[in-house]
Design a binder for this molecule. Sequence first.
Ligand SMILES: Nc1ncnc2c1ncn2[C@@H]1O[C@H](COP(=O)(O)OP(=O)(O)O)[C@@H](O)[C@H]1O
Ligand code: SF4
Ligand SMILES: [Mg+2]
Length: 380
Amino acid sequence: MTETVLEPVPSAAAEPVLSVRDLSVSFHSDTRTVHAVDKVSYDLAPGEVLAVVGESGCGKSVTSMAAMGLLPPTARIEGSIRLGGRELVGASEKELRHVRGKDIAMIFQEPMTSLNPVLTVGRQIGEVLRRHQGLSRKEAKARAVELLELVGIPAPALRVDEYPHQLSGGMRQRVMIAIAVACDPAVLIADEPTTALDVTVQAGILEVLQSLRERLGTAIVLVTHDLGVVADAADRVLVMYAGRAVEQAPVHDLFASGRHPYTRGLLGAVLRPGGEGKRRLPEIPGLVPSLDSQPDACTFAPRCSRADDTCTGGRPALRAVDRRSGEDASHRAACWHPHEETAPGPGPVPAPGTEPDGPTGPVGTPSGDLEARPDQEAGK
Ligand SMILES: Nc1ncnc2c1ncn2[C@@H]1O[C@H](COP(=O)(O)OP(=O)(O)O)[C@@H](O)[C@H]1O
Ligand code: SF4
Ligand SMILES: [Mg+2]
């Protein structure tokens, strides 16, 4: 049994700048097929920050790369990705090149691998401007200085002539952001932009993203496994599990009252007191499922204490779970038995195996870092 109602997910504004519908991405090789993304839908309103969260390997980056048209040829993409009304799924490489950098841009976790070590930062920013806006070399350099200033790099007129290795990690990430926003794209996808940086530097990068949203109106998809970053920076959150969207809500609603048991597990891992240090949640049977199949069931069922025959017998659709309706029905969960609308509240750490609700396996770390250990991933 599969629920047929896959309701469109409403955005905060009437006209979303990015609209993803039933996006599925699978990778095919001679030996196996990996269903990395399975019917994910979301809207992004102009100037909105949407955080995409979930454990490692749940399809966050593949979803982002699909929107950028950067997936390898082995990827099979189905569904729709509309950017400002233009369909990107099935677009030619030439069309995508035209859009990339100009209308949609991306920053990655590790700026050093994305920057060219033999070109000055000014040249690298300038190249985008010359390509998309036809600026002269001199004009591009002047604009590069302005952009370095915009992203908070001190002494931009001097820095513009430096090479990536002369900059700190945080400054390099700022340069990447400057390149990404050089043409004032409507959408910026930031894939774990602060993960490689230490905490104080992270805060600065998040401030830059916030100021871009305020000053340029850039809409941002912020991919992260850090719930602290989500709380600080996002307007809305999309929770992904095993390639599927399992919950979507305004950030406050999600933290106050996550409705999907997986979300509750993630939040519980963060909110529990005494969760500092290296201590991990108890090891209880339950692994992130293999992505080799697309079961007609809830993929979280093997780890969920609320699971019953309904859950293993059909895939739950992402449907409204709040009492509001129409445009205000912004909280959605893909669960046959969602939690009631109550704040989870930090309580004492339950003894292993006695958790009343939520997952029965380790779904995060007390620090809020959702990266699964490699040995937690099925098939590894
Ligand atoms: N180019 C690829 N070929 C085959 N499998 C891939 C490829 N890229 C990603 N995957 C698989 O897709 C799944 C989702 O990956 P990803 O989106 O990178 O996860 P994350 O949520 O950590 O960003 C993983 O199982 C990953 O191994
Ligand atoms: S209650 Fe059922 S549908 Fe909801 S997460 Fe648990 S197993 Fe999945
Ligand atoms: Mg990723």
